[in-house]
Write a protein that binds this ligand. Structure first.
Ligand SMILES: Cc1ncc(COP(=O)(O)O)c(C=O)c1O
Length: 505
């Protein structure tokens, strides 16, 4: 295959379009101009990558784009060919990617693109996403609530409702919090479309570009793009391990950060629980500096050993804690119901900001939930989840010990995740393991996705909640195979196992 049929190449250094689109456009122009006639075999991805000096993933994405345009087709095991009937030269399509505001590259995007270039087995078991098991969704209870109550639903409840949320639901949530040590009224509660939206809105109302925010490292990967796109400068507090209050104080004095984003209970991804004494010490320091704390607590109810200490919000001596919750883990994520508990001025401003993007969260979910909570169905359901997820946690721990003895990890006492570390650090890290694991038919999230800067190369997150026991065991067995395969390669060949992947954009 003569790769020169593609050249000569010249790139516009000022172009904002991603590299793969520029390459696709270059080849598309040649196909449309019949310089690459129908049936022409295009260079293999590796050659294309070498020709343009880009990663193989970028080359794959360029071909995928051409396929989407209908200009080429891929024959499995043979290669990529110019289509027999290239699109007639009609009106030029709108170059959408070039018209849109450039999007900030994130390490996660790099990892995801890396993943799509892996040959994933058809029956891959995902231990990656942090989802509850759909088999445990309380669908029977919701069906029954719907059947019993829908006919009596006041039609006014199907129109617009206040942006802060459906009042009966907010009242029930406030009463629940008040009983468990967080005094609140409905005026302290805003219902949002998932806690992700809550976090987005909080970032919007508190952060000006250039402000400092503090996050844990590792932290929830969904929070990082929110802070990045808000223009915040991100400082990190190491987690797990004891909270480094000296470092925090240093940040507070030196940078006057706007807020701290923290998950004190069953942290995602590390599973860490901040002990009571550390919670109190953190709050005392935060109170002295009037630091705003955003406490994200999606997993607090899902404890499998002893009950965790109370949330920071319940211990808050200065009213600076804004508390975020969601029903995505204990019920199901498709409800899209999360909520913020905060002083009224914060709720008022948050509701105003929410109106610009979302007049209010979906009424039907909120109405059904208010029936579910009103009939006292939540606690029994959460009890059942605890029993089931505890079994899965124990099975996963035993399977990891048996099949993946070269990993180090601490079984979490709640939440959804094992945070694992490669015992023998390798220059290739967990990204290479991810490739091998994908070949064996199992997936996880590599550690780098959870760090705002560098870090996490030797770590990864496994979710034990989503899959039934046999599937979970099989997934971990496959992970064990991937680890032993990499061990064998590492012994056979001491050269670096993988080249650092090139940034794609
Ligand atoms: C720590 C944390 N915050 C927020 C979310 C987002 O939840 P929601 O579905 O409510 O947007 C998740 C989900 O994984 C999470 O783990």
């Amino acid at each position: 295959m003569d790769a020169s049929i593609i050249g000569p190449i010249s790139f516009d250094a000022t172009a904002t379009a991603p590299m793969y689109l520029q390459i696709a456009e270059h080849i598309a122009a040649k196909i449309r101009g019949r310089l690459l006639p129908a049936g022409t075999k295009l260079p293999p991805e590796r050659q294309l990558a070498a020709l343009f000096g880009v990663s193989r993933t970028t080359a794959i994405n360029a071909y995928r784009q051409l396929e989407e345009l209908g200009l080429v087709r891929t024959k499995v095991g043979s290669g990529t060919y110019v289509n027999e009937a290239p699109a007639e030269a009609g009106p030029q399509p709108v170059p959408w990617h070039q018209t849109m505001v450039p999007h900030l590259p994130s390490p996660l995007a790099g990892i995801l693109r890396d993943l799509v270039s892996v040959d994933i087995a058809g029956d891959t078991i995902s231990l990656g996403t942090g989802l509850p098991d759909p088999a445990l969704y309380p669908t029977a209870a919701f069906t029954s609530l719907f059947e019993r109550h829908f006919a009596r639903l006041n039609n006014a409840d199907l129109g617009h409702i206040p942006t802060e949320g459906y009042l009966p639901l907010r009242t029930l949530l406030a009463a629940g919090h008040s009983r468990s040590g967080i005094p609140a009224t409905a005026a302290n509660i805003a219902v949002v479309s998932g806690s992700m939206q809550g976090l987005y809105l909080l970032a919007k109302i508190f952060i000006n570009p250039g402000d400092y925010v503090i996050v844990e490292a590792p932290t929830y990967l969904g929070a990082l793009p929110i802070f990045r796109t808000s223009g915040a400068r991100v400082l990190t507090l190491p987690a797990p391990g004891p909270l480094q209050l000296d470092l925090l104080e240093d940040y507070l004095v030196r940078y006057r950060p706007k807020l701290l984003y923290i998950m004190p209970t069953f942290q995602n991804p590390s599973g860490r629980v901040l002990p009571l004494a550390e919670r109190r010490a953190l709050l005392a320091l935060a109170a002295r500096h009037r630091l705003i704390i955003i406490e994200d607590d999606p997993y607090g109810d899902l404890h499998y050993d002893q009950q965790p200490p109370p949330p920071l919000k319940a211990l808050d001596p200065y009213g600076g804690v804004v508390y975020l919750r969601t029903f995505s883990k204990a019920l199901f994520p498709g409800l899209r119901v999360g909520w913020v508990v905060a002083p009224e001025p914060v709720i008022d401003r948050l509701a105003m900001e929410k109106q610009y993007i979302d007049l209010h969260s979906a009424n039907l979910s909120q109405w059904l939930l208010s029936k579910f909570l009103g009939e006292g169905l939540l606690s029994g359901h959460v009890e059942r989840l605890r029993a089931e997820y505890k079994k899965r946690r124990d099975i996963a721990a035993a399977a990891l010990q048996r099949h993946c003895s070269s990993l180090s990890f601490a079984p979490p006492s709640g939440g959804f995740y094992f945070w694992c570390r490669l015992a023998r650090s390798s220059s290739a890290g967990t990204r290479l393991l991810l490739h091998e694991a994908a070949r064996q038919g199992v997936a996880f999230v590599p550690g780098e996705a959870f760090y705002p800067d560098s870090g996490g190369e030797q770590e990864f997150r496994l979710c034990f909640a989503t899959n039934s026991e046999p599937v979970l065991q099989e997934g971990i067995k496959r992970l064990g195979k991937a680890l032993s395969h990499l061990d064998k390669i590492a012994h056979a060949d001491s050269r670096p196992l993988i080249h650092a992947s090139q940034p794609i954009i």
